[in-house]
Design a protein around this ligand. Structure first.
Ligand SMILES: [Zn+2]
Length: 402
């Protein structure tokens, strides 16, 4: 992973369609699997992805919240994946989980971090991942008592695995992104353990509903962390920041590119398949895609459909896009995002490219206004213009962007 920025680590869905695993290996740079998913579907996941697994995400922050999130709201049953995950991690997590209580930093007694690290490391080894992500807990700032626990678990994993390839998971409340001083303080503390890389997850961050300060904060954080970086959930705006800061990113081809602690697709159900619409950088209902393609066509702008869509659209008749089967939507999502990422990777100035893109979209905003709420555009543009000013004198890292 070292020196190969803007890698896309795809997260597979829980119940894969026939032909879906092939798409992950064909279009992504590696597979990132949530530990709960891995525990439930280990055999098939290894069969499909052995040798391609970039990392297992321990997803331990789920045990930091009250027990409602342990239950599947539709079936009112405890989520099997969490039960298995709790059992795997052992004490003190399991004891609290069984009582339906969140685990707290004080629950960790001397020796607990070592035991936890040992169990996690045993599991991760069975997947032969490219990098190791230690169990971790989300933090709310630089004085959060979870920080010493996270650092201790990290040190124990290093003891077992050696320093190379072990990343420090930095899960922090998205509101912290608004506070530059707090971000700097967090970076100062974690830099003491000097990890090989960071897995950054701003918990609850949603780039479409974010404010300028948060978006700027994410840019600031990614530029200030040293070593390799993976942003754990990323949509177009975040991918732009990854291109700019030499980071990689992870997301799934058909889910929303955000995640808070309490929701957890793709575990135990298959999310409704949405269609990635590159001109507006969002996943939408395929019917909305159809409408936008028609408008673009009327404006004289070619929608440049991918191979998968061309099977359904002929000339300017886009009607059948709305009828595309899920597996073709999947391939479309992979193809279009891959193209976007490759263009950013090759670009000498990804920020300018992204900004141009958004400004164009802004210019036709009136025409596409009924497609969907586009308020994010103004925020994204403002944030990028500020980031551009700050980074003007900094040389971007990574091949192709220098
Ligand atoms: Zn397509």
């Amino acid at each position: 992973m070292n020196g190969r920025p803007l890698n896309w680590l795809a997260r597979p869905t829980f119940s894969m369609l026939k032909g879906e695993p092939r798409l992950y290996t064909k279009y992504s740079d590696g597979i990132l699997i949530e530990a709960g998913h891995y525990l439930l579907r280990k055999r098939s996941l290894l069969r499909f992805f052995h040798g391609k697994i970039a990392a297992l995400d321990p997803r331990t922050p789920i045990f930091q919240v009250p027990n409602e999130s342990f239950y599947d709201k539709r079936t009112e049953k405890i989520r099997t994946s969490y039960l298995k995950l709790a059992a795997l991690h052992g004490e003190p997590i399991l004891r609290k989980f069984v009582k339906g209580e969140p685990v707290a930093p004080d629950d960790f007694k001397p020796g607990d971090c070592r035991k936890l690290a040992l169990k996690a490391s045993r599991l991760e080894r069975t997947a032969s991942p490219e990098i190791i992500l230690p169990p971790y807990f989300s933090i709310g700032g630089s004085t959060d008592p979870w920080i010493p626990v996270n650092m201790e678990i990290f040190r124990e994993i290093i003891r077992l695995e050696g320093a190379p390839r072990v990343y420090f998971p930095l899960a922090l409340d998205h509101r912290v992104l608004e506070d530059r001083d707090e971000l700097d303080a967090v970076c100062r503390i974690t830099s003491k353990i000097d990890p090989w890389g960071y897995a950054v997850w701003p918990v609850g961050f949603d780039e479409f509903h974010s404010n300028v300060r948060e978006l700027q904060g994410l840019a600031h954080l990614l530029s200030n962390l040293t070593g390799d970086k993976i942003l754990m959930y990323a949509g177009y705006f975040s991918i732009l920041l990854c291109a700019l800061t030499g980071s990689s990113f992870s997301n799934g081809p058909c889910f929303y590119e955000k995640r808070d602690i309490t929701i957890s697709p793709p575990l135990e159900f298959r999310p409704r398949c949405r269609y990635y619409l590159p001109p507006i950088h969002q996943k939408v209902d395929p019917v909305a895609a159809l409408a936008l393609y028609r408008i673009l066509n009327e404006l004289g702008i070619s929608p440049s459909l991918c191979r998968s869509c061309r099977k359904y659209a002929q000339g300017d008749d886009f009607t059948r896009i709305a009828e595309m089967p899920d597996i073709d939507i999947f391939e479309h999502n992979f193809l279009t995002r891959r193209k976007e990422v490759d263009i950013l990777k090759r670009s000498r100035n990804p920020l300018e490219l992204g900004l141009e893109n958004l400004l164009f979209l802004q210019s036709i905003r009136d025409e596409i206004s009924h497609i969907r709420q586009m308020r994010f555009l103004k925020t994204w543009i403002e944030a990028l213009e500020l980031v551009q000013e700050i980074t003007r004198d900094i040389r971007p890292t990574g091949p192709g962007v220098s």
